[in-house]
Design a protein around this ligand. Structure first.
Ligand code: I3S
Length: 124
Protein backbone atom coordinates (compact mmCIF):
# COMPACT_ATOMS: atom_id res chain seq x y z
CA UNK A 1 0.00 0.00 0.00
CA UNK A 2 1.02 3.61 -0.41
CA UNK A 3 1.44 5.66 2.73
CA UNK A 4 2.08 9.36 2.72
CA UNK A 5 5.25 10.83 4.20
CA UNK A 6 5.17 10.19 7.93
CA UNK A 7 2.46 7.60 7.42
CA UNK A 8 -1.02 7.80 8.81
CA UNK A 9 -1.92 7.20 12.43
CA UNK A 10 -3.53 3.79 12.60
CA UNK A 11 -7.14 4.08 13.63
CA UNK A 12 -7.71 3.08 17.22
CA UNK A 13 -10.80 1.02 17.69
CA UNK A 14 -12.65 -0.08 20.78
CA UNK A 15 -16.12 -0.75 22.03
CA UNK A 16 -17.10 -3.85 20.09
CA UNK A 17 -17.68 -7.32 21.43
CA UNK A 18 -15.76 -9.75 19.25
CA UNK A 19 -15.98 -13.51 19.31
CA UNK A 20 -12.50 -14.90 19.73
CA UNK A 21 -11.07 -18.41 19.54
CA UNK A 22 -7.36 -18.93 20.13
CA UNK A 23 -6.59 -22.01 18.07
CA UNK A 24 -2.82 -22.07 18.48
CA UNK A 25 -0.51 -20.88 21.24
CA UNK A 26 3.03 -20.41 19.98
CA UNK A 27 2.52 -23.13 17.38
CA UNK A 28 0.79 -25.50 19.81
CA UNK A 29 -2.73 -26.34 18.69
CA UNK A 30 -5.49 -25.37 21.12
CA UNK A 31 -9.05 -26.62 21.36
CA UNK A 32 -11.33 -24.11 19.69
CA UNK A 33 -13.39 -22.31 22.30
CA UNK A 34 -15.28 -19.19 21.19
CA UNK A 35 -15.42 -16.44 23.82
CA UNK A 36 -16.87 -12.94 23.68
CA UNK A 37 -14.12 -10.38 24.28
CA UNK A 38 -14.07 -6.58 24.18
CA UNK A 39 -11.58 -5.44 21.58
CA UNK A 40 -9.24 -2.48 21.87
CA UNK A 41 -6.79 -1.69 19.11
CA UNK A 42 -3.69 0.29 20.10
CA UNK A 43 -0.84 1.46 17.87
CA UNK A 44 0.78 -1.99 17.93
CA UNK A 45 -1.40 -4.42 19.89
CA UNK A 46 -4.86 -5.88 19.90
CA UNK A 47 -6.10 -6.06 23.48
CA UNK A 48 -8.88 -8.53 24.16
CA UNK A 49 -10.62 -7.74 27.42
CA UNK A 50 -12.82 -10.14 29.31
CA UNK A 51 -14.64 -7.23 30.95
CA UNK A 52 -15.86 -4.16 29.15
CA UNK A 53 -14.69 -1.80 31.93
CA UNK A 54 -11.07 -2.72 31.21
CA UNK A 55 -11.27 -0.68 28.05
CA UNK A 56 -11.31 2.40 30.26
CA UNK A 57 -8.26 1.11 32.17
CA UNK A 58 -10.27 0.30 35.28
CA UNK A 59 -9.61 -2.83 37.25
CA UNK A 60 -12.40 -5.30 36.78
CA UNK A 61 -10.89 -8.58 37.79
CA UNK A 62 -11.12 -9.88 34.26
CA UNK A 63 -8.21 -10.77 32.13
CA UNK A 64 -6.77 -9.18 29.05
CA UNK A 65 -5.15 -11.11 26.25
CA UNK A 66 -2.48 -9.12 24.40
CA UNK A 67 -2.00 -9.88 20.72
CA UNK A 68 1.24 -8.40 19.36
CA UNK A 69 0.62 -7.18 15.84
CA UNK A 70 4.19 -6.42 14.75
CA UNK A 71 5.10 -9.12 12.23
CA UNK A 72 1.62 -10.67 12.34
CA UNK A 73 -0.43 -11.89 9.39
CA UNK A 74 -4.16 -11.26 9.06
CA UNK A 75 -6.46 -12.99 6.59
CA UNK A 76 -10.11 -13.85 6.07
CA UNK A 77 -10.58 -17.55 6.83
CA UNK A 78 -14.04 -18.71 5.70
CA UNK A 79 -12.93 -22.36 5.87
CA UNK A 80 -11.95 -22.39 9.55
CA UNK A 81 -15.44 -22.07 10.97
CA UNK A 82 -19.09 -22.52 10.13
CA UNK A 83 -19.55 -18.96 11.39
CA UNK A 84 -19.65 -16.02 9.05
CA UNK A 85 -17.22 -13.07 8.99
CA UNK A 86 -14.28 -15.00 10.44
CA UNK A 87 -10.71 -13.80 10.08
CA UNK A 88 -7.45 -15.04 11.53
CA UNK A 89 -4.49 -13.28 13.08
CA UNK A 90 -1.24 -15.26 13.17
CA UNK A 91 1.35 -13.59 15.38
CA UNK A 92 5.08 -13.64 14.73
CA UNK A 93 5.38 -16.19 17.58
CA UNK A 94 2.96 -18.55 15.85
CA UNK A 95 -0.16 -17.99 17.93
CA UNK A 96 -3.38 -18.09 15.93
CA UNK A 97 -6.57 -16.26 16.82
CA UNK A 98 -9.88 -16.51 15.00
CA UNK A 99 -12.03 -13.41 15.31
CA UNK A 100 -15.65 -13.09 14.36
CA UNK A 101 -18.50 -10.62 14.58
CA UNK A 102 -22.13 -11.16 13.64
CA UNK A 103 -22.19 -8.05 11.51
CA UNK A 104 -20.00 -7.82 8.44
CA UNK A 105 -19.53 -4.09 8.98
CA UNK A 106 -18.12 -4.68 12.47
CA UNK A 107 -15.90 -7.55 11.29
CA UNK A 108 -14.56 -5.59 8.33
CA UNK A 109 -13.97 -2.47 10.43
CA UNK A 110 -11.76 -4.51 12.78
CA UNK A 111 -10.12 -6.40 9.92
CA UNK A 112 -9.18 -3.15 8.17
CA UNK A 113 -8.00 -1.49 11.39
CA UNK A 114 -5.89 -4.46 12.45
CA UNK A 115 -4.45 -4.83 8.94
CA UNK A 116 -3.36 -1.19 8.95
CA UNK A 117 -1.79 -1.63 12.37
CA UNK A 118 0.01 -4.78 11.22
CA UNK A 119 1.34 -2.91 8.18
CA UNK A 120 2.45 0.19 10.09
CA UNK A 121 3.97 -1.61 13.09
CA UNK A 122 5.77 -4.18 10.94
CA UNK A 123 7.49 -1.38 9.04
CA UNK A 124 9.24 0.10 12.10
O1 I3S B 1 -13.51 -26.33 13.97
P1 I3S B 1 -14.51 -27.13 14.77
O2 I3S B 1 -13.89 -28.22 15.57
O3 I3S B 1 -15.68 -27.56 13.96
O4 I3S B 1 -15.04 -26.09 15.86
C1 I3S B 1 -16.22 -26.28 16.60
C2 I3S B 1 -15.88 -26.83 17.96
O5 I3S B 1 -14.84 -26.08 18.56
C3 I3S B 1 -17.08 -26.81 18.88
O6 I3S B 1 -16.73 -27.19 20.18
P2 I3S B 1 -16.54 -28.72 20.59
O7 I3S B 1 -15.11 -29.03 20.23
O8 I3S B 1 -16.74 -28.75 22.09
O9 I3S B 1 -17.54 -29.51 19.83
C4 I3S B 1 -17.65 -25.41 18.99
O10 I3S B 1 -18.79 -25.44 19.82
C5 I3S B 1 -18.01 -24.88 17.64
O11 I3S B 1 -18.46 -23.54 17.79
C6 I3S B 1 -16.86 -24.92 16.68
O12 I3S B 1 -17.24 -24.63 15.36
P3 I3S B 1 -17.49 -23.22 14.70
O13 I3S B 1 -17.97 -23.56 13.32
O14 I3S B 1 -18.49 -22.51 15.54
O15 I3S B 1 -16.20 -22.44 14.63
Amino acid sequence: GVLGVGGAEPPELKGDLLNVAKISDGGKKQRKNWTGMWGELTSDQLLLHKERQQEAGMKAGGKTDVVQLCGAVIEWTPDKSSRKNVFQITTHTGSEYLLQAESYSTASKWFDGIRKTVDSSSKL
